[in-house]
Write a new protein. Structure first.
Length: 395
């Protein structure tokens, strides 16, 4: 009986803090790390939340390099979600191996007992699994591409390409940097920054590019020369992932750029561009199973968002503040969004949902703009012919 009373007291306390969300349904658009973390933080406070994701199912592979969550942002959100230990047990602490174009090692930094949890690398699919397994059953609805939203009887009516309409009292847009749904909050559009990244995957790298794999020496590898940069991670769930970073040629457009469905064509482009580099880099390009071309984009935060919104709605993650990936702050800023917004909505400090949103956005504009600034500064420096990784690593 005493135990039951204590449980009731805890539930009453939680419900008293959640008055602005009492009997409300929250819809999150996008099941990336930010959207799923937001859902987890709300569910911890007994909030009714559903996530709608365009991926067909939870087994859809999320393409891309590993993520590293920072202690002062991303890891705080994971800790609040009760998932920090799982992140540590799944993520891989990694060192850095900086080499020159000849493959000669210039600098090596390996993880230690003191710093191994500062920002270990985690595969994107592994992070999604951790977050999905922490949510209540039937929280995420798959194969749901949002097509439109409208006000209907004082609630949001959400329309999907594959599935029935849904209703919600509040919508949180978390579906990435190319989100079309952000237009309900801001007219800002993402813009290219002038940098181009060619990303590649090598399966079974120990066999397909053994010499380059050995050059990594168990670390992330970095090299730069005359505006050509390469960053590689040999341990991404059995796949070596790498990125080639350079200033986008002015003649390149969607029509005139490389055809990334033609591996041989991309391999030749890279081999020609790196023709005076060590043969181990050419071996890497020839071993790639997949190439993807990504123009770097940024969503400006220097324009005001819509102050008049028909119903509660806001943006988090890349949908709110897409930035160049050159400071590791994108996903970390997004997880900071989830942490602050969830606390505002459930902490009992605001009289209305709208007030909680306004306060979150005011904070977000400050730290996200600062993160964008650092990312853009790094981007310009990395494209310089005289660039050195040493300053960025504070070596």
């Amino acid at each position: 009986m005493i135990y039951l009373l204590k449980v009731m007291q805890i539930c009453n306390y939680i419900n008293s803090k959640n008055m602005i969300l009492k009997d409300k349904k929250i819809a999150i658009i996008g099941a990336g790390p930010v959207g799923l973390t937001m859902a987890k933080l709300l569910q911890q406070q007994n909030v009714n939340v559903s996530v709608y994701e365009r991926d067909k199912d939870p087994y859809a592979r999320i393409w891309g390099g590993t993520l590293d969550l920072h202690k002062d942002s991303g890891q705080k959100a994971m800790q609040k979600a009760g998932l920090l230990h799982e992140y540590y047990s799944t993520a891989l602490p990694m060192g850095i191996n900086i080499v020159d174009e000849h493959g000669e090692t210039l600098y090596t930094k390996r993880p230690t007992d003191e710093n191994k949890y500062d920002n270990p690398e985690i595969n994107r699919n592994d992070l999604r699994k951790i977050l999905l397994h922490s949510l209540n059953e039937h929280t995420v609805f798959w194969n749901r591409k949002l097509t439109d939203m409208e006000e209907y009887h004082s609630r949001w009516l959400l329309h999907f390409e594959n599935g029935p309409d849904e209703t919600a009292d509040m919508v949180i847009i978390a579906n990435g940097g190319m989100s079309k749904a952000r237009s309900y909050v801001t007219d800002n559009e993402s813009e290219e920054t002038g940098t181009f990244i060619i990303q590649g995957d090598v399966h079974d790298p120990e066999k397909r590019c053994p010499n380059f794999y050995q050059l990594c020496d168990g670390n992330r590898l970095m090299a730069s020369r005359q505006g050509n940069l390469i960053v590689a991670n040999p341990f991404n769930n059995g796949v070596l992932t790498f990125g080639i970073i350079f200033e986008r040629p002015t003649a390149w457009t969607v029509e005139t750029g490389l055809n990334f469905s033609n591996n041989d064509l991309v391999c030749k482009f890279l081999s020609d561009r790196f023709c005076d580099w060590d043969q181990r880099f050419i071996e890497l390009f020839e071993a790639a199973n997949l190439f993807v071309g990504l123009p770097t984009r940024k969503l400006p935060l220097d324009k005001s968002w819509k102050t008049s919104r028909p119903l509660p709605i806001t943006l988090i993650g890349d949908a709110a503040h897409l930035m160049p990936p050159f400071a590791g702050k994108g996903v970390n800023s997004g997880l900071e969004d989830a942490l602050i917004l969830s606390e505002n909505l459930t902490g009992g400090n605001f009289a209305t949902i709208e007030a909680a949103i306004i306060n979150y956005e005011k904070q977000m504009f400050q730290y996200a703009a600062a993160a964008q600034k650092v990312s853009s500064e790094n981007e310009l420096e990395m494209r310089s012919p005289n660039f050195s990784f040493h300053r960025l690593l504070q070596v």
